[in-house]
Design a protein around this ligand. Sequence first.
Ligand SMILES: *Cc1c(COP(=O)(O)O)cnc(C)c1O
Length: 717
Amino acid sequence: MSEKVAQLSIHEKLSKLAANLWWSWDPEVTELFRLIDRELFDRFNHNPVLLLKEYTPERLEERVREGVLHSRIHWAFRRFREYAEASTTWGSTHAAILGQGPVAYFSAEFGLHESLPIYSGGLGVLAGDHLKSASDLGLPLVAVGLFYHEGYFSQAIDSAGWQKEAYPRLSPASLPLSVVENASGPVLISVETRRGSIHARILKLAVGRIDLYLLDADVPQNSPEDRHLTARLYGGDQRTRIRQELLLGVGGVKALKALGILPNVIHMNEGHSAFAPLEVIRQRMQDDGLPFDRALRDTAAQCVFTTHTPVPAGHDRFDESLIEEHLGPLGDSLGLGTHGLMGLGRVDPQHHGETFCMTVLALKLCRIANGVSSLHGVVSREMWASLWPWRSVEEIPIGHITNGVHVPTWLAAQMRVLYDRVLPENWYQRTGEPDVWRSFETITPGELWEVHSALKNRLIAYARLEATEQAKRRGEDPSVVAAMEMMFDPRALTIGFARRFAPYKRADLILKDLDFLAKLIASTDRPLQFIFAGKAHPADERGKQILQQIFRLTREEPFRGRVLILENYNIDMGRQLVQGVDVWLNNPRRPLEASGTSGQKVVLNGGLNCSVLDGWWAEAYDGKNGFAIGTGRTHSNQEIQDSRDGEDLYRVLTEEVIPLYFDRDRDDLPQQWISRMKRAIRTLGWRFNADRMVMDYATHAYVPAAGGLSCSIVSMP
Ligand SMILES: *Cc1c(COP(=O)(O)O)cnc(C)c1O
């Protein structure tokens, strides 16, 4: 290490640690920030950049001396440097070709940390976990997204149970973001439309070894309307949507060029960024003098597309006037008229009635396309079969790579201590390998149960505290607030349900038969309790009604004190929930959950999944590593399916989950239950984690797309 580093002050070292999100998945550094000032760290949403702003170097030095933290900070900083500078990594050995030009990973949302709310749900968290694992694996990758200065909304629930949205403004200066500049000031990029250009600056976020570039349209060069363009994630109308997507795709490719980054592979995470390849084609035609057809073929050969949406209505579609206004100038450069342009987004280019679909565009412009679970692969092949009318459905060129979660982000610190003891020494760097997880079988049941119980107690304490604060804010009666301080029973079977309140996820399925549920919950010898959380999209009335229904239930006997709904679900709350529940409930309307990932986080921490056989669970469940609702059948009539699934849910709870949980031995251990916990961790941990997922993308998509292996181009217009 250079002398300069040795001379850095404590304040400088901590500032450097705070400036890279790596700290957030290193438990030791996270703990250091907490030890500096627990109260401020919590108040600032665990944002160490804000925390450090409260300290002068002198006061910080004093604080560090009081806490005897000097050597721990030096050690943390040294580990950070070693991590950042490691030259031999999985990526350098298995994806060496990407050294010539990285993967450019495009996504409309990134869920990386609670202090940066530029995600709405699973898609964003998946993208965040992808970056963290790419960093851990040392895979050459840069990421591109948008900076939403009002983010996704923060949620309050009023005393009538109705969701209220607020949009606190994010300040880049209070986050680990830096404005990308060149000699003459901030780097600006612009995208032309028929009615003028949209400009954006570039913010940079360091995610371990990965750089994430976020485009921000809030610059003086823009009209007042466009300064607001990137204010909110999934806000506004179709026009806002296409302009955001234009900026993300076309603007993103321009930004990389302005930064001198020449990607070897373009990865579109969902269709939002599907305009990106069009700009790459334009640059090829301009810079290399290629004709359109050739530039298109070369570009598509380098593009990877991941679809996440099994509902036809969930795919972005734009009508011709919006396409002409926004893609017209680019279409001119490509030598395409409006008709030619529209054809790229239509299943049948000649069909004038068809709107422009971003997924169709992405499928036509990529070499490799995939869904996010085995079942979702099947659904996607059926859904897009009409793009390849000459092929049978099995031959539709959409494969699958099942989603996974970033282990260091989601694993509780206490559980990690257990892993450290039981798993091979360097398990941490090899989570994608089945062998590493095998020795989990040797853990003693009592020990695993002990750690789980501690985590569960922590969750109950957290839930009480949050519930109390939220009730106070809502202006509830002091007696109600007081009751919340003592709600929940540590002995009760604790079931969690938290995710976006999209109606297809059916947060209300468990409410189908309230009398029956009341009996289950009120049982004195085998009690149950529920924690719900989740945001409904601001325009989703149905989602808000479901939320309200659950809220109302929390005030009625016998549900009061045993059913809770927490407001403002985010990554922090998610972490608390997945680390402490006994059971994670997941009951989407099959097959609408493309993968789902929250249940994977639960597995790592010893909770059991009770889930419809949809998404990842359809390929994960083996009869003994959790519980299945239903048998994987679907009914074309939604009401029939809902009522059948509701009955199945009650059946599995009463016949399997509850008896197993309360079947205790002389030491009060539920031996059969603990066997399932162990089996879940051993059989699922290695498969459904993000290292395995990113390795799969590297091997099956990135390296072939970079030209490292011959592979037929699977989808062409
Ligand atoms: C993991 C996660 C999700 C995804 O949950 P699903 O149940 O897979 O939809 C959504 N939001 C947050 C905050 C998460 O951490």
